[in-house]
Design a binder for this molecule. Structure first.
Ligand SMILES: [Zn+2]
Length: 91
């Protein structure tokens, strides 16, 4: 159909999955480290698995601030914060 046989379709589907899921993956890793998910989405988009690798290798504190995960909503918040800036709960 349409001149495409099954292996070609399979490769296309895998390629599309990589194009869409790798940036989301790197954005998630980056946001768990208190970094901008938006910026890292594009890094993942352009550099693919190298972007994900960079997100994993990047240090947790982006600007000298240490981040911890909020135990209620899972968003990264400053380690010295007493109230989560995302969900408003005391931590
Ligand atoms: Zn929270």
């Amino acid at each position: 159909m349409f001149g495409l046989d099954l292996p070609v379709l399979f490769v296309l589907i895998v390629a599309l999955a990589v194009i869409f899921f790798v940036p989301i993956w790197s954005a998630r890793v980056a946001s768990s480290k208190g970094r901008s998910p938006f910026l890292w989405f594009f890094i993942g988009l352009f550099f693919n698995l190298f972007g994900v690798l960079a997100a994993y290798l990047s240090p947790v504190n982006a600007d000298g601030v240490r981040y911890v995960k909020c135990e209620y909503c899972g968003e990264p918040i400053r380690a010295e914060a007493t109230v989560c800036r995302y969900c408003g709960k005391e931590v």
